[in-house]
Design a binder for this molecule. Structure first.
Ligand SMILES: NC(=O)c1ccc[n+]([C@@H]2O[C@H](COP(=O)([O-])OP(=O)(O)OC[C@H]3O[C@@H](n4cnc5c(N)ncnc54)[C@H](O)[C@@H]3O)[C@@H](O)[C@H]2O)c1
Length: 255
C-alpha cells in the first residue's frame, strides 16, 4: 500500500488486546496512523496512549462492532480527524465454548452479533467509503475453526465459517471498486482470549500443544506480520482468500 505524505490510515477493531493490539503496534511501526475501535474503554485508551508515546497518531473509539450507530460515528470521526481509511482490520471477536445443548439463544446471538454481524457491519460501512475512492484493503480475523470443527463451539465455528465466506463474497463483489478482502485464519495464538479459556479450565493446553505440529502457540506478532504482508502491494493480486497460520494444525490428519 502506498502512503500519503502523512502515512496511510488504518482502522483496527478489537485493538485493545491480543491480535488487534499487536497489529496496531506493527502497523504503527510501518508508518500507519491509527483509529482503534474497542468495546473496552480502558484497553483502547491505554493502547492509543502507548502508541502516541512512541510517536504514532492514534485515536481511540469506544463502541461495539455490532452497534451500527457507534460504528458509523467512529468511522466518520476517524476520517474527519485522520483522513481516508485505507486499511480495515476486523479483529474484534469473542469465544463461545459450551456444549450445544446448553447454548442459549442469548449465547448464540452474542457470538453471532460480534463475530459475524460486527465484521459485516464494519466492512460495509468502511467498504462504502473505500469504494468511493476506488482503494482499500480489508483483513478479517477468521480462525482455523472456520474450516475444521471443534466440539462445544457451534457458535464460534459457525461464525468463523461465516466470516470466511463473507470475506470471499466481499472480495469478488468489491474487486471492481479497488478493494481487496482476505481472511486470516490463525490456530491457537497466545492472547488473553486463550489465556482466559485456559484459566477457566475450558481448554487443555498440553493437549493442544501436543496436537500442533510446531508444538507451540503463535505469538500475536506473527499474525501481525502476516497482516502487514497482506496489506502491502506485495499482496496486490491476493484477494478472496483465507490464509491459515496455525503451526500445521489443519494439515495434520494422523493419530
Ligand atoms: N487467540 C487465538 O487463539 C485466536 C485464534 C484464532 C482466531 N482468533 C480471532 O482473532 C480475533 C482477536 O482475538 P484475540 O485473541 O486478540 O482476542 P482478545 O480477547 O485478546 O481481544 C479481543 C478484543 O476485542 C474486543 N471486543 C470484544 N467484543 C467487542 C465488540 N463487540 N466490539 C468491539 N470490540 C470488542 C475486546 O475488548 C478485546 O480488546 C478474534 O476475532 C478471534 O476470534 C483468535
Amino acid at each position: 500500500m502506498t502512503s500519503s505524505s502523512k502515512g496511510p490510515v488504518a482502522l483496527i477493531t478489537g485493538a485493545g488486546s491480543g491480535i488487534g493490539l499487536a497489529c496496531a503496534r506493527r502497523f504503527a511501526a510501518a508508518g500507519y496512523r491509527l483509529a482503534l475501535l474497542d468495546i473496552d474503554p480502558k484497553a483502547v485508551e491505554a493502547a492509543c496512549a502507548a502508541l502516541r508515546d512512541s510517536g504514532t497518531e492514534a485515536l481511540p473509539f469506544v463502541g461495539s462492532v455490532a452497534d451500527e450507530t457507534a460504528v458509523e460515528s467512529a468511522v466518520d470521526a476517524a476520517e474527519q480527524d485522520l483522513g481516508p481509511i485505507e486499511l480495515l482490520i476486523n479483529s474484534a471477536g469473542v469465544a463461545s465454548n459450551k456444549p450445544t445443548f446448553e447454548l442459549s439463544l442469548a449465547d448464540w446471538e452474542r457470538v453471532v452479533s460480534i463475530n459475524l454481524t460486527g465484521t459485516f457491519l464494519v466492512s460495509r460501512i468502511v467498504g462504502a467509503k473505500m469504494a468511493a475512492r476506488s482503494r482499500g484493503v480489508i483483513l478479517n480475523l477468521g480462525s482455523m475453526f472456520g474450516t475444521v470443527a471443534a466440539p462445544r463451539r457451534a457458535g464460534y465455528c459457525g461464525t468463523k465459517a461465516g466470516v470466511d465466506m463473507l470475506g470471499r463474497v466481499l472480495a469478488i463483489e468489491w474487486a471492481e471498486h479497488g478493494i481487496r478482502v482476505n481472511t486470516i485464519a490463525p490456530g491457537y495464538v497466545r492472547t488473553p482470549f486463550v489465556d482466559d479459556l485456559i484459566a477457566e479450565g475450558r481448554m487443555d493446553e498440553p493437549a493442544l500443544l501436543g496436537r500442533t505440529p510446531l508444538k507451540r502457540m503463535a505469538a500475536p506478532e506473527e499474525i501481525a506480520d502476516l497482516a502487514i504482508f497482506l496489506a502491502s502491494d506485495a499482496a496486490a493480486f491476493i484477494t478472496g482468500q483465507t490464509i491459515g497460520i496455525d503451526g500445521g494444525w489443519t494439515a495434520y490428519g494422523y493419530v
